[in-house]
Ligand binder design. Structure first.
Ligand code: GLY
Length: 317
């Protein structure tokens, strides 16, 4: 029997390890994806997801998340939810509802409270300090306010052949209140069909949603492309289209896994990810855009990991 999990960024690695452990013990792909993403949401030093995520321009932490079941195509999603410890769990719960399964803002938060989800102030002191510092820099130096949009996106495959996709993000740092990225949008931030495979995205939501790249990658895998070939084709052809029309493309990276547990990634920026399956132990890789619409994928070095650890925990001056 095959199983596997893949997720965006180095931050997802501990969650991938937990998900693979569940999958090895024949747990459902939905449980595995939820556990994976909760692990990222709960860790205070990740600045773009859940607890410790960076707030919007008014200092409020608004979060987006989605959950999709690849057997039934059921989707649950939240956007601009606040004060809830695990947006992915709220999205999963909503995926059981035939109607009202994508909630935004106050309606999403109220739904979570009514359903008994854990209420928590998700804005850490550290995230608040980073926000204050950035606000000052923007005003003093007339800087572009927006940076940072690293979503955790994940796909899991279980031994019963079911696949699930999930995403969670605090979105673009300094976004305007009510701004929603690609992460809760089906086809843009995520898509999964257990009979084919799944894909999820991270990067600049405003550009990702122009291309519906997660759906496109699943569609290409359905036509027989390997996950790597599907990612390369969808991501680099769209990167070229945006570049032709705007002179440049926002940063984005996509990951995919098919129903055989094979995986692929493509990116137009340096991108780390974690992946494992029944044959390969979980491992962190670093990817970069290669030549002629290919992706260069290398194992991460200890030096890179040490520098990352230092960077995410550095004191805020
Ligand atoms: N990809 C996350 C966002 O743009 O909000």
């Amino acid at each position: 029997m095959v199983w596997g999990a893949i997720a965006t960024w180095r931050m997802a690695h501990d969650g991938v390890v937990k998900a693979l452990d569940l999958l090895e013990r024949k747990q459902h792909s939905g449980d595995a994806v939820e556990e994976l993403i909760k692990t990222v949401e709960d860790y205070p030093y990740y600045k773009s997801v859940g607890y410790g995520g960076l707030p919007n321009a008014e200092g409020i932490l608004e979060m987006d998340a989605a959950f999709m079941d690849g057997d039934s195509f059921k989707i649950g999603a939240v956007a601009g939810i606040t004060d809830v410890s695990n947006p992915i769990s709220v999205a999963r719960k909503l995926s059981d509802d035939k109607f009202n399964s994508f909630r935004v803002g106050e309606g999403a938060t109220r739904y979570a409270m009514t359903e008994g989800f854990h209420r928590k102030n998700m804005l850490t002191e550290r995230a608040h300090k980073i926000w204050e510092k950035r606000l000052k820099e923007i005003h003093e130096n007339n800087l572009n306010p927006y940076n940072g949009h690293d979503t955790v996106g994940a796909i899991t495959l279980d031994q019963m052949g079911s696949m699930t996709a999930g995403t969670s993000s605090s979105g673009l740092f300094m976004k305007k209140p009510g701004r929603v990225g690609d992460s809760p949008l089906s086809g843009s931030g995520f898509y999964v069909d257990s009979q084919i495979g799944g894909a999820t995205a991270t990067g600049l939501g405003e550009d990702l949603m122009k291309g519906c790249l997660s759906y496109e990658i699943v569609r290409l895998m359905g036509e027989g492309l390997s996950p790597q070939a599907a990612c390369d084709k969808a991501v680099y052809e769209f990167h070229d289209k945006l570049t032709a029309r705007y002179g440049k493309a926002g940063a984005f990276s996509l990951i995919a896994m098919n129903k055989a547990g094979e995986w692929g990634v493509a990116t137009n920026v340096e991108f780390t990810f974690s992946v494992g399956n029944d044959k390969e132990a979980p491992q962190i890789f670093i990817a970069n855009m290669g030549e002629n619409h290919t992706t260069k994928i290398e194992s991460i070095t200890q030096e890179w990991l040490d520098a990352y650890e230092k960077r995410i925990k550095a004191p805020i001056e």
